[in-house]
Design a binder for this molecule. Structure first.
Ligand code: ACO
Length: 422
């Protein structure tokens, strides 16, 4: 038996046999049977919309690799900037390449003064930082008229560099505005994560704790890419119209904003606060099983096993708590995990902790307000979005994204004058 699939149209008896390559078969086979036939696949559960060489994910095995490198090894040995280079270029950098890349990123961290003074100052005092961030990323593109030259490789590389470098600056700026503190300029003498923490927290004398800087970097590595998730799909769909990368990144960040995606860690902390005590865990779990609420930070479209990022994050949490002191919500989270993983409701549905279950606890212990959690996700995910965008632009099989539909509305009917309507 070859690696093929045969599809028979029972209406006509016509059949077509097509190869299965890398676990997919071309949907063109359906068009061969009947050009008007479509596959109905809401939420793309069975659709591969692209070929990609960036991230490998095996949801049943709990495996995640960037460009072939296991996430566990990258989290232990690498840095976010090195990982960003890997995602974008396909290979780990040499010493010289990493030095040049780090130097370039470090020297593109500043943003135009008008971004802060004119754009950000226009927000309402209590604007959500993620809403500000989404808009700020799109607005940033208006400062670079060459951003639209997406097929000019030099210009494209420049935008990639700018976006990677300026995301922490935008993120910290949104936070400082939302709490009424003066903006802190980037400090080129600091590493990527230390510079971000400095821009976030510096008031008078402030020294970045190296344990916290490393924890931040590990979290950035873990969040850098996750193949065709909702945000990355938004990046590819918007990118497919040949929009500039700032607009596409802003769309991707908007997708990330939702509580079922990057907003989940914010929802996890709120959930833990509402539960309030480990004595209430069993009652809460019963409520979840009755469908009253969701256990936020559990479940994943692809992982039907422990999310490997959750394991690393759980360990990172203990490193952070050594510096910051324990987060009292940790005990509730541990108890929830323990109870859920023994309960048939969760076991039978293969619901395990995902990346967001513990990350919020670390962010909270580090002093980040919950409203900043999704922003923290967007900073490193920019590397993944851009790697997919660059891959998309070089993919000859791609065209503008344009799914079809199954029309279920009314047939043709004549317009009725307003006075004659029932
Ligand atoms: N709590 C309780 N039940 C759940 C949960 C949960 N967190 N997640 C899934 N289920 C149940 C569903 O009710 C469904 O049960 P049923 O078969 O009896 O109807 C079953 O498990 C399958 O769930 P689906 O919703 O079909 O799974 P889907 O793949 O569409 O959703 C998702 C995945 C959105 C992540 C979901 O698990 C969820 O909402 N989790 C909570 C939010 C969350 O943590 N999101 C972060 C994901 S990671 C990320 O985006 C970075």
């Amino acid at each position: 038996m070859g690696d093929t699939i045969t599809i028979i149209d029972d209406r006509t008896g016509k059949q077509v046999t097509v190869p299965i390559t890398n676990g997919v078969f071309p949907s063109a086979a359906l068009r061969e049977l009947d050009p008007d036939l479509r596959m109905y696949d809401p939420a793309f559960l069975s659709t591969a919309a692209c070929s990609s060489a960036i991230t490998y994910l095996d949801g049943d095995g709990g495996i995640l690799r960037y460009r072939g490198y296991p996430i566990e090894q990258l989290a232990e040995h690498s840095t976010y900037l090195e990982v960003a280079y890997l995602l974008l270029n396909g290979e780990l950098p040499t010493t010289e390449q990493l030095a040049a890349w780090t130097n370039d990123v470090t020297h593109h961290t500043f943003i135009h003064e008008n971004m802060r003074k004119r754009f950000v100052d226009g927000f309402h005092y209590d604007a959500h930082p993620m809403g500000m961030f989404v808009s700020a990323v799109a607005a940033l593109g208006t400062f670079y008229n060459d951003a639209k030259d997406i097929f000019d490789v030099a210009s494209r590389d420049k935008q990639v560099l700018r976006l990677i470098a300026k995301m922490p600056t935008l993120a910290a700026m949104c936070h400082r505005f939302s709490v009424g503190q003066p903006f802190v300029y980037p400090d080129n003498s600091l590493s990527f994560p230390a510079n971000f923490l400095n821009m976030m927290w510096k008031v008078g004398e402030y020294e970045v704790d190296p344990v916290l800087a490393r924890a931040m970097d590990v979290l950035f590595i873990l969040h850098a890419d996750h193949e065709q998730n909702c945000g990355t799909t938004a990046m590819r769909v918007v990118g497919s119209s040949q929009a500039d990368p700032y607009s596409a990144c802003s769309a991707a960040a908007s997708a990330l904003y939702g509580p079922l995606h990057g907003g989940a860690n914010e929802a996890v902390v709120r959930m833990l606060e509402e539960i309030g005590s480990i004595d209430n865990v069993s009652g809460f779990i019963e409520g979840v099983k009755q469908g009253k609420e969701k256990l936020m930070g559990f479940g994943h479209r692809v992982y039907k096993n422990y999310d490997p990022r959750a394991t690393i994050i759980k360990n990172t949490a203990y490193d952070v708590f050594q510096v910051t002191g324990n987060n009292p919500l940790l005990d509730i989270a541990l108890k929830l995990e323990e109870v859920a993983l023994k309960d048939d409701y969760f076991v039978s549905r293969k619901l395990y902790p995902n990346v967001d279950f513990y990350s919020g606890l670390i962010y909270q212990a580090m002093g980040f307000p919950t409203s900043m959690f999704t922003v923290l996700f967007a900073i490193p995910r920019t590397a993944g979005w851009l790697a997919h965008w660059v891959e998309l632009l070089g993919d000859k099989e791609q065209k503008i994204s344009r799914p079809r539909q199954a029309y279920i509305g009314r047939g043709v009917r004549d317009y009725v004058a307003i006075g004659d309507r029932a």
